[in-house]
Design a protein around this ligand. Structure first.
Ligand SMILES: Nc1nc2c(ncn2[C@@H]2O[C@H](COP(=O)(O)OP(=O)(O)OP(=O)(O)O)[C@@H](O)[C@H]2O)c(=O)[nH]1
Ligand SMILES: [Mg+2]
Length: 282
């Protein structure tokens, strides 16, 4: 059994229950590069009866054409959705405006009931490393939460009062115990939501290069100068080309890390790994 669901994650998952009852809005962060793989079906069950805002993060690293399709997909299901770069300084304005829109109806209903407007409580949830704390810091305009380029940085829930009208709850990233589709695990590993030492890096990258070749033919060849004709054995060919040896043998680990880092930091270009299954009737 691959252990990407350690005890602290199970605890963080349970701890959501206590808060979710009292929040007015759940802000669900999805990684724009893998919107489907980063959707946690177990957490989704918890917010079935809540107002939800979907935010696709890391849109600056994703394929813009695909991001638009994903936004449309969630909109058509009746959700509020935006795609952002959480580090950009335009993002605050867009997010605040959308939060207001998402809560408009509730405010009207409250007013009709004669309830006095009170501070909105919103809970920010999402898989590890998706950018929850980064977004909260951006909205707060200062560093209020720890951020790091690895999964599992936020260890405990934390309320952040943005202003008189809005309080946000930062939560630790959680995955779910079983991926129905093993591809989800690979996609999450490629984009950095699962710690690098959990799945075999060679398996992740073997899948990764083939997927890149299929979705973005020529991208690997352009970056590394190694023909994609050799896609079935790309890691070995690239290791030889780059002379990445350890004890006269190709250092598979280093080759894998090279591709992985390039993919994650955008050196392979804007990439989206999850595709919407086009509905034939559409
Ligand atoms: N390019 C880009 N990087 C981002 C974006 N949002 C977050 N990051 C980076 O992603 C990494 C993870 O960000 P965090 O905010 O710590 O992620 P988190 O969801 O709080 O992670 P956990 O607390 O571990 O669950 C950091 O290196 C951020 O700088 C984004 O929209 N674009
Ligand atoms: Mg965090």
């Amino acid at each position: 059994m691959v252990q990407w669901y350690p005890g602290h994650m199970a605890k963080a998952f349970r701890e959501m229950d206590e808060k979710i009852k009292f929040v007015d809005l759940v802000i669900v962060l999805l990684d724009a590069r893998v919107p489907e793989s980063s959707f946690n079906p177990e957490v989704a069950k918890k917010f079935q009866n809540k107002q939800v805002l979907y935010i696709l993060t890391k849109a600056d690293k994703a394929d813009n054409v695909e991001t638009k399709k994903w936004c449309k997909h969630y909109e058509q299901k009746g959700n509020f959705v935006i795609a952002v770069n959480s580090k950009d300084n335009q993002t605050k304005k867009i997010v605040m405006r959308t939060i207001t829109k998402a809560l408009e109806e509730k405010r009207k209903k409250d007013a009709l009931k004669g309830l006095k407007p009170r501070a909105i409580k919103a809970m920010v949830v999402g898989i590890p490393n998706v950018g929850k704390s980064t977004l909260i810091n951006n909205l707060a305009g200062k560093k209020v939460a720890f951020v790091g380029d690895k999964p599992g940085v936020t260890k405990a829930q934390q309320w952040i009062k943005l202003n008189q009208d809005l309080e946000l709850l930062d939560t630790p990233g959680v995955l779910w115990p079983k991926f129905e589709n093993p591809i989800v695990g690979f996609n999450l590993a490629l984009t950095g939501a699962i710690k690098d030492d959990i799945l075999r890096i060679e398996d992740i990258l073997d899948y990764g290069v083939k997927l890149l070749h299929e979705l973005y033919p020529g991208v690997l060849e352009k970056r590394y100068g190694v023909s994609e004709e050799y896609i079935d054995d790309y890691i070995t060919h690239l290791g030889r080309e780059k002379k990445l040896y350890a004890n006269k043998e190709i250092d598979i680990n280093r080759v894998c890390m090279l591709i992985l880092n390039d993919l994650r930091n955008g050196s392979l270009g804007n990439i989206t790994l999850d595709r919407i299954q086009e509905d034939i009737n559409e």
